[in-house]
Design a protein around this ligand. Structure first.
Ligand SMILES: Nc1ncnc2c1ncn2[C@@H]1O[C@H](COP(=O)(O)OP(=O)(O)OP(=O)(O)O)[C@@H](O)[C@H]1O
Length: 271
């Protein structure tokens, strides 16, 4: 089936969410590394789904395929019914990685607005429903820091700016690959709650890669446990903990049980 490549900025939200059908990725051609094998996953619009699993099980590869950073060897991905390439061209994929990768010569306001102006400059249609740069600065807790430069901000603040930059595009989906992994534990913990607060506000569809099982349980509606060699979906856990989740959620029996079960199963697939 040929996917529509145009008009992603105004695409109807039918077939909304992320559809991953039979995705296989082989690095290096025939006889190479099969990083993913027949992955099938539907992420509903507004859902927060995390990918967890042992190192090398293909989490980042799957995120890259959805982000149109690499094509799958086989299978198909759709975002709101469209090819990811169409969404990327329209500037409607929000990406956040481990490193904030802010432009050192631009202040925070300039960094947050940068992609938006680049997309517009390349003839893309920037969605008009997105929040303004100033609103986003407030939303991510950087009020008063808009004129500062990246080197004047802590790692956590830089990641807040990276999140605001992704949200500035009013993305159809937020794709996050270990966004807090480079932060110290206290900041990381705080950022997870900040992300939940922002997510509650915008209800973006999120695909989130993490090594932390407790982070995945705290944030997600569902956690996808992957198994390695070749990367497959081993089991999907429904996280039915009530929202909004708070630091106290961690003290509940339901939370501990889910983390324990995930841990147990993770060790099982690794052995
Ligand atoms: N560019 C590449 N060329 C060849 N093999 C690769 C390439 N990138 C990843 N791989 C291999 O594909 C498999 C999946 O890698 P991927 O980085 O997606 O896993 P991951 O679960 O994200 O790992 P980690 O948790 O360590 O980041 C691994 O075996 C990895 O060595």
């Amino acid at each position: 089936m040929a996917l529509i490549e145009a008009d992603a900025a105004t695409a109807s939200e039918t077939n909304s969410g992320i559809g991953i059908s039979n995705v296989t990725v082989v690095y290096g051609g025939d006889g190479g590394v099969t990083a993913l094998k027949n992955i099938n996953l539907q992420v509903k619009e507004g859902e927060f789904v995390s990918l967890v699993g042992a190192s090398g099980c293909g989490k980042s590869t799957l995120l890259k395929v959805v982000a149109d950073l690499m094509p799958p060897t086989g299978g198909q991905v759709t975002v709101n019914g469209l090819a990811p390439s169409a969404l990327r061209k329209a500037g409607r994929l929000g990406l956040v990685f481990q490193q904030a990768n802010l432009m050192p010569w631009l202040n925070i306001r300039g960094n947050i607005g940068l992609l938006k102006s680049l997309v517009a400059g390349h003839g893309g249609t920037v969605s008009k429903t997105g929040a303004s740069v100033d609103q986003l600065i407030d939303v991510v807790g950087l009020t008063g820091f808009g004129e500062k430069f990246p080197h004047q901000l802590s790692g956590g603040m830089q990641q807040r700016a990276a999140l605001a930059r992704a949200l500035a595009l009013d993305p159809a989906v937020l794709l996050m690959d270990e966004p807090f992994a480079a932060l110290d534990e206290i900041t990381r913990d705080r950022m997870a709650f900040e992300l939940m607060r922002v997510w509650q506000q915008y209800r973006k569809t999120v695909l989130f890669v993490t090594h932390s099982l407790s982070e995945a349980v705290m944030l997600s509606d569902r956690v996808v446990l992957m198994s390695p060699r070749p990367g497959r979906i081993h089991r999907i856990f429904d996280i039915d903990l009530p929202r909004p989740r708070t630091p106290e959620t961690r003290l509940t029996e339901g939370f501990s049980k889910l983390v324990l079960e995930l841990n147990r199963e993770l060790y099982e697939v690794m052995t």
